[in-house]
Design a protein around this ligand. Structure first.
Ligand SMILES: NC(=O)c1ccc[n+]([C@@H]2O[C@H](COP(=O)([O-])OP(=O)(O)OC[C@H]3O[C@@H](n4cnc5c(N)ncnc54)[C@H](OP(=O)(O)O)[C@@H]3O)[C@@H](O)[C@H]2O)c1
Length: 288
């Protein structure tokens, strides 16, 4: 299938472009940075309606995988207009253009639309984001579904394993610091279900095979771990020194508010996509 991946210069979108190009004809949409080697790229700012329309007319994809976002929670907190532009406006513009051209939209969202007060959130659990990033991504979900009611929203948990571009995945960041023999401080009261891009790509394959599927899907990894436990698993999987890991509490955090537990229940994806995420041990071994 011919697909367009936005955010193809980013951590998740870049890696998905490489993985999905094994089975699909992939074009990557980028704005400032580069798509991975071997991926055909087009440049566009998604907040500009005319540019988005012209890009879709040119590429003529059957489906768009929308990974572009302002995904840095601290920047979103400080620059709310920019968060609104890159997360809400860009998604609305893209979704409207997809509907106009009869293109299926798969929009990537985040576990951080949840408030963090309970474990294993389901697709119908109440959302209550505690930081501007999560709020802007929730508005992005609403914009996608308003403009493209048949869209699929994939809420992805913390990304680990191999990424693309200058930002590191959660495991790459820890591994990099441990290899540099630097201490790594991690919260023991913050829980996630980390997932790797290959598992996300497998879910996207399954969604693309079923054109009638719509609505929300949660894509989380197989284990719920605290950040500190996650650091221990990274060290163990890669044979690095876990003695450099330091325990801390979220109470010591000074930046944007953080959600405590945004672990995801993946029952719908497992049942309707015949999908399961890779074991964490395997996911963690891949990285830069
Ligand atoms: N990383 C995680 O752990 C994680 C966890 C859960 C969900 N997610 C979701 O996964 C998606 C990708 O996140 P990421 O971590 O890969 O972020 P990232 O590395 O910062 O990449 C985001 C990409 O979006 C592009 N972009 C932003 N605004 C744009 C605009 N107006 N027009 C065109 N392109 C624009 C940027 O392109 P340029 O750099 O070329 O300007 C960048 O390459 C997001 O939806 C995020 O919410 C990520």
């Amino acid at each position: 299938m011919r697909i367009l991946i936005t955010g193809a210069s980013g951590l998740l979108g870049g890696r998905l472009a490489t993985l999905l190009s094994e089975n699909h004809e992939v074009t990557g949409l980028t704005r400032r940075r580069r798509a991975p080697d071997g991926i055909t790229a087009v440049g566009a700012d998604l907040a500009e309606e005319d540019v988005v329309r012209a890009t879709l007319d040119h590429v003529r994809p059957k489906a768009v995988i929308h990974c572009a976002a302002l995904a840095d929670a601290e920047v979103c907190e400080r620059e709310r207009d920019l968060a609104r532009r890159d997360n809400e406006t860009a998604t609305r513009t893209l979704a409207r253009a997809c509907t106009r051209n009869g293109i299926r939209l798969l929009s990537i969202s985040t576990d951080l639309v949840f408030g963090g007060g309970f474990s294993h959130a389901r697709e119908d659990s109440p959302t209550d984001p505690v930081m501007e990033y999560g709020r802007s991504k929730l508005r992005s979900e609403a914009a996608a579904l308003e403009e493209s009611p048949a869209a699929v929203i994939l809420r992805v948990a913390l990304v680990c394993g191999r990424g693309h571009g200058p930002r590191m995945s959660a495991s790459e960041g820890i591994a990099h610091r441990l290899r540099s023999e630097e201490p790594v401080t991690l919260y023991e009261d913050e829980w996630r279900t980390p997932i790797d891009p290959e598992s996300v790509a497998n879910a996207i394959h399954a969604v693309l095979r079923q054109p009638k599927l719509t609505g929300l899907f949660h894509l989380g990894g197989p284990e719920r771990l605290s950040r500190f436990e996650f650091g221990e698993r990274v060290a163990r999987a890669l044979g690095l020194d876990s003695g450099l890991l330091r325990r801390a509490s979220q109470a010591s955090h000074l930046g944007a508010p953080r959600a405590r537990d945004v672990s995801l229940d993946t029952g719908r994806a497992r049942a309707e996509l015949a999908w399961s995420p890779l074991p964490l041990e395997i996911a963690l071994r891949d990285g830069r």
